[in-house]
Design a protein around this ligand. Structure first.
Ligand code: HEM
Length: 391
């Protein structure tokens, strides 16, 4: 489905939600899973054990053509595509590092990183690309520090991640990018096992790999997921947040006048943009009925987060960005056992980035007309490729 306006989901999604909120759709491979578009139904599918997120379950929908290529030949499944209890074994190894308390302790460091990249951008002559100078480097450096991935390799991991998230990449491209990242992270794991540092990969290598609780492949798969999810998502949310605030000067003024509103505004920005815009795949394990539709055991289901987050039954005037709205019911981070592990970190990064940009660059404005901004229509994570700004 194509978007008709760059900051709104495709209009077909709203039509489906109001006419037949659980409908069949046809995927690239001819399979016809169900598309779920209402927020309440989305919560049921994502939060209920009768639906599986395990890609090995027969009937699991392959949303992307190149996704086939992401299946590891050695059959190591990333924990984002596993069910309980197996899923919890891996997720629990990471929860401590991403708890709100831990992330709050990181806030001064995040602020320092945000200020550092902003200083560099402002020291150069305007205009600048806010994505390349600020929105992408901030979360890339934060996740690199947390994981113990050398930041000087950011060009390498950012470009491979671009290939993986590009909906138009061929299976060969995806396999190549995956193999390169696997080899890179495999070497890093070996190095950290020999000479541990004060970082997450070192700790997992020493405490879990050396003890046999994790295989090398599993540790590589976890690091891979954290590295990709940890930088692309927040980068795009940061750029889209700034863009939409610049386009809505009244909303921006509200936040500049009262920065205590920023945490609430971030929830609304997450809802409004819902950057994970291709559906979340699941498969039914039992028959489940939604109104007059029964999803049968073995049938694929795709949950559209953008449709759910614009559900008019849940949010009044949903296509309006309203930074004072109570938006905490939004599900941009998913819902249920797979709900985003990195959400406290993403929230902290977004709150700090938005607050700092508004405070430090009051004259910030777009350097090109909106029509010239390259939107990430062909990427699994929505956003902008570049955001030319001046001040
Ligand atoms: C899972 C969105 C930032 C790590 C998810 C899911 C969504 C999501 C929708 C659920 C996927 C599913 O159920 O199939 C976002 C958004 C972000 C963000 C919108 C930023 C604005 C991050 C960051 C990290 C991260 C910064 C890492 C540090 C993960 C992991 C999972 C996940 C590891 C899998 C959790 C599990 O399966 O138990 N994210 N994410 N995410 N996210 Fe995020």
């Amino acid at each position: 489905m194509q978007r008709s306006r760059p900051l709104d989901p495709p209009t077909e999604l709203a039509e489906i939600r109001s006419e037949r909120p659980v409908s069949r759709v046809t995927l690239w491979d001819g399979t016809q899973p169900w598309l779920v578009t209402r927020l309440e139904d989305a919560r049921v599918v994502l939060g209920d054990r009768r639906f599986s997120a395990d890609l090995r379950t027969p009937g699991f929908p392959m949303v992307l053509r190149a996704q086939q290529a992401l299946r590891r030949p050695d059959d190591v499944v990333p924990f984002i595509r596993m069910d309980p209890p197996e899923h919890g074994v891996f997720r629990r190894m990471l929860t401590r590092d991403f708890m709100i308390k831990r992330v709050n302790a990181l806030r001064p460091k995040i602020q320092e990183i945000v200020d550092g990249f902003l200083d560099e951008m402002l020291a150069k002559p305007a205009p600048a690309d806010l994505v390349a100078e600020f929105a992408l480097p901030v979360p890339s450096l934060v996740i690199a520090l947390l994981l113990g991935v050398p930041y000087e390799d950011h060009g390498f991991f950012q470009s491979r991640s671009n290939v993986l998230l590009n909906l138009e990449s061929t299976a060969e491209d995806v396999q190549g990018a995956r193999a390169a990242l696997d080899a890179y992270l495999g070497d890093l794991v070996d190095r950290r096992l020999r000479e541990p540092g004060d970082d997450l990969i070192s700790r997992l290598a020493v405490e879990r790999l050396a003890t046999g609780e994790l295989s090398r492949e599993q540790l590589v798969s976890m690091s891979f997921l954290l590295l990709i999810a940890g930088h692309e998502t927040t980068a795009n949310m940061t750029a889209l947040s700034i863009l939409s605030l610049l386009q809505n000067p009244d909303q921006l003024a509200v936040l500049r006048d009262d920065p205590t509103l920023i945490p609430g505004a971030v929830e609304e920005l997450l809802r409004f943009h819902t950057i994970v815009h291709i559906g979340l795949p699941r498969v039914a394990l039992e028959d489940v009925t939604f109104g007059d539709v029964t999803i049968s055991a073995g049938e694929g289901v795709i949950v559209s987060l953008p449709a759910a987050n614009r559900d008019e039954e849940q949010f009044a005037d949903p296509d309006q960005l309203d930074v004072t709205r109570e938006a905490r019911r939004q599900i941009a981070f998913g819902f249920g056992v797979h709900q985003c592990l990195g959400q406290p970190l993403a929230r902290a990064e977004l709150q700090i980035a938005v607050e700092t940009v508004l405070r430090r660059v009051p004259t910030l404005r777009l350097a090109v007309p909106t029509e010239e901004i390259p939107f990430r229509t062909a990427m699994a994570i929505y956003g902008v490729h570049q955001l030319p700004v001046t001040w």
